[in-house]
Design a protein around this ligand. Structure first.
Ligand code: AMP
Length: 281
């Protein structure tokens, strides 16, 4: 696996691959890789001629009191895992390269960036769309792979690509879970043993919500209350939000049904975890 550290080298490599007629797949990550990331990499390696993954802890998507400085990092291990998953190029730019002195251009998907996670993280999605747009311009992917662990992120990036006529296909990939149901996340490493045990309550509440909906109990308020009750049975949990929205419009759903996104963000100590399910139909 080739490691590319500069924007200029990455751009020329990508342009060469395009000129040679090769299909490029991109998997953007912030590193500290786990099976969720690797599933995206394997899909790209299977479907594209060349797989580029980026490893960049994007400062533009972190608020002032968030975990930018302590975000977990392990470059050597990430490279080994990525190579094993079929990545051809790991792109690892520095902050200074991505946001040089005088940088002032940002992309924002209006409205949607302020919903769900955007309520308590108001600049987050502006940072995500900006860095993804930059990565698309630098790595020139035909396809870019995103996990449904971050369902709102997938929807926002898809919207940006559609609205700005970008020439890249966004491929949403299934959420990968730990054996007890907890959504895999680089941030799970922050959890104490007790928090880690109780964090499984988030997915348990989501699965129970899916069962309620399948049984015809579709009132959003009832579902939210049942979920909140199950999660806050742990004294370690503090709910940021539990929402039911339409996956196409992100508008609140009063009644759940096919196409409803049930999404939750819950703090365990200082660690904020997110998870969701999409109701199929
Ligand atoms: P991150 O490094 O957390 O920014 O994630 C990079 C990519 O991996 C994003 O597209 C995430 O949605 C995806 N991802 C993270 N965790 C999971 C997971 N548990 N299952 C599937 N995809 C994931």
């Amino acid at each position: 696996m080739k490691v590319i550290e500069t924007v200029s080298e990455m751009k020329s490599y990508a342009a060469e691959q395009r000129d040679a007629g090769r299909g490029i797949g991109l998997v953007p990550t912030m590193g500290y890789l786990h099976e969720g990331h690797l599933s995206l990499m394997r899909a790209s390696a299977t479907q594209c001629d060349v797989t580029v993954s980026s490893l960049f802890v994007n400062p533009a998507q972190f608020g002032q009191n968030e975990d930018l400085d302590k975000y977990p990092r392990n470059f050597e291990r990430d490279c080994e895992l990525a190579e094993g998953a079929g990545v051809d190029v790991m792109f690892t730019p520095t902050n200074e390269m991505m946001y040089p002195e005088g940088y002032r251009t940002y992309i924002q998907v209006e409205g949607w960036s302020g919903l769900l996670c955007g309520v308590t993280r108001p600049i987050h999605f502006r940072g995500v769309t900006t860095v993804c747009c930059k990565l698309f311009n630098i790595c020139l992917p035909h396809r870019a792979y995103f996990g449904l662990k971050d369902a709102q992120q997938c929807l926002i990036i898809q919207k940006m690509v559609t609205d700005l006529n970008m020439d890249v296909e966004i491929v949403p990939m299934p959420l990968v879970r730990e054996p007890d149901g907890l959504a895999m996340s680089s941030r799970n490493v922050y959890l104490t043993a007790d928090e880690r045990r109780d964090a499984a309550r988030i997915s348990q509440a989501l699965f129970a919500a899916r069962d309620m909906i399948a049984a015809g109990r579709t009132d959003a308020e009832t579902i939210r209350n049942a979920m909140a009750g199950h999660i806050t049975a742990s004294p370690l949990a503090r709910i940021d939000y539990i929402e039911l929205v339409n996956t196409r419009t992100l508008a609140p759903a009063a009644q759940a049904g096919p196409g409803t996104l049930v999404a939750a963000a819950v703090f365990f100590g200082a660690t904020r975890l997110i998870d969701n399910i999409i109701i199929e139909g």
